[in-house]
Unconditional design. Structure first.
Length: 100
C-alpha cells in the first residue's frame, strides 16, 4: 500500500486502481467501484457517470466531491494523489441536478 492509501491492485492490463464508494447525486444510491488511480478526474468523470447512470451526454459538467476528505476535485487532479482506498465520492450533474 502506498502512503496515501492507494493499494497496488492491478486490473486487467496492469492499471493501478483504487476502490471507492461512489454516491449518485442526491438520491443516496451508493456503489462500490474500482477506478483508475493514475488518471485525471476529468478522464474519470464521464466514465463514472456513464457506467453508473447511463448518462451519455458527455458534456463534462459533472462535479466530483470527496465526501470523506471534504473537498471537490479539480479536473486536472490525479486520482491517486488525493484519494484513499474506501473513500466516499459524490458525483453530480452540475447542469441538471434533477438527473441525480
Amino acid at each position: 500500500m502506498h502512503n496515501n492509501g492507494v493499494r497496488r491492485r492491478e486490473h486487467y492490463n496492469g492499471v493501478l486502481v483504487v476502490q471507492v464508494f461512489i454516491c449518485k447525486g442526491f438520491s443516496g444510491e451508493i456503489l462500490r467501484m474500482e477506478i483508475d488511480a493514475e488518471s485525471t478526474v476529468e478522464d474519470q468523470k464521464a466514465k463514472l457517470a456513464s457506467k453508473m447512470f447511463g448518462w451519455s451526454d458527455g458534456d463534462g459538467s459533472y462535479g466530483l466531491i470527496n465526501v470523506t476528505k471534504r473537498f471537490e476535485y479539480s479536473p486536472d487532479d490525479i486520482i491517486k494523489e488525493n484519494t484513499s482506498e474506501n473513500d466516499v465520492l459524490l458525483i453530480i450533474n452540475s447542469n441538471n441536478s434533477s438527473r441525480c
